[in-house]
Write a protein that binds this ligand. Structure first.
Ligand SMILES: *Cc1c(COP(=O)(O)O)cnc(C)c1O
Length: 232
């Protein structure tokens, strides 16, 4: 059964409370990004009414149709999905943060578009922390080099790192991935690269966002715990 607008408002409130409680325990503020894929404008508005102020989309078409409907008014929207090169123009300058930059080519295209628009696009570097062949993201050992290369790419500004660890591995293994991410985040943050400021660590989803926050995440992306299970 799909959740009603009323149920979404309630589940969004509960998730906001859980994020806030975990943030208190961890001793740092945390931003909740509501992953609203496959949910329409009415569902986005229901989460907004509950206090959600950042939404994340991972499909360009959905982002564009919800932008046309002004679904995110009063809130901010991030792009969290895999970004194809031929869609860079549709996303750059239209979202406050792109979570999924993972190659010099993609960063250059984003920077080129941002420069055309006369803006600077904030991005996160996506890390394939589990080394899964099926997933996008830079290899952990290549991330620092990628950050260093951004110094020479006008139009982009790297705000931090994002990862989606392997699914269904249990909390202990997931914790190790989160800790590896935190270590990368701290290591790169200690270096001084132009166009790079490591202040956002985006990790943790419905099944594990409290663990992610305990491991240092300051941005979590939560979908099904707010909007219900997705039917593909
Ligand atoms: C859908 C999605 C999420 C949220 O996943 P849930 O398990 O439903 O919380 C987080 N990050 C990305 C990139 C997503 O596409």
């Amino acid at each position: 059964m799909d959740r009603s607008v009323l149920e979404i408002r309630e589940s969004a409130s509960r998730v906001l409370e859980r994020v806030e409680a975990a943030a208190q325990r961890a001793g740092h503020p945390v931003t909740l990004v509501a992953a609203s894929k496959m949910n329409g404008t009415d569902h986005v508005r229901a989460a907004f009414e509950a206090g959600v102020r950042v939404f994340g989309e991972n499909r360009v078409q959905e982002l564009e149709s919800k932008l046309r409907e002004d679904a995110y008014r009063g809130a901010s929207v991030h792009f969290i999905g895999h970004l194809q090169r031929n869609k860079v123009k549709n996303v750059t300058g239209r979202v406050d943060l792109i979570h999924s930059a993972d190659s010099p080519e993609l960063l250059r295209l984003i920077g080129k578009r941002a420069s055309e628009l006369g803006i600077r696009q904030d991005v996160l570097l996506e890390v394939n922390i589990g080394g899964e062949p099926s997933k996008s993201g830079a290899a952990p050992e290549a991330v620092e080099e990628l950050a260093a290369r951004c110094a020479g790419i006008p139009g982009v500004f790297v705000r931090g790192l994002m990862a989606i660890p392997p699914a269904g591995r249990g909390l202990e293994e997931t914790r190790r991935y989160f800790e590896q991410m935190r270590n990368l985040f701290i290591d790169i943050g200690g270096k001084k690269y132009d166009n790079v400021s490591m202040d956002i660590l985006s990790m943790g989803m419905s099944a594990d966002f409290e663990l992610a926050i305990a491991c240092g995440a300051n941005t979590v992306r939560v979908g099904s715990a707010i909007f219900g299970e997705r039917h593909y």
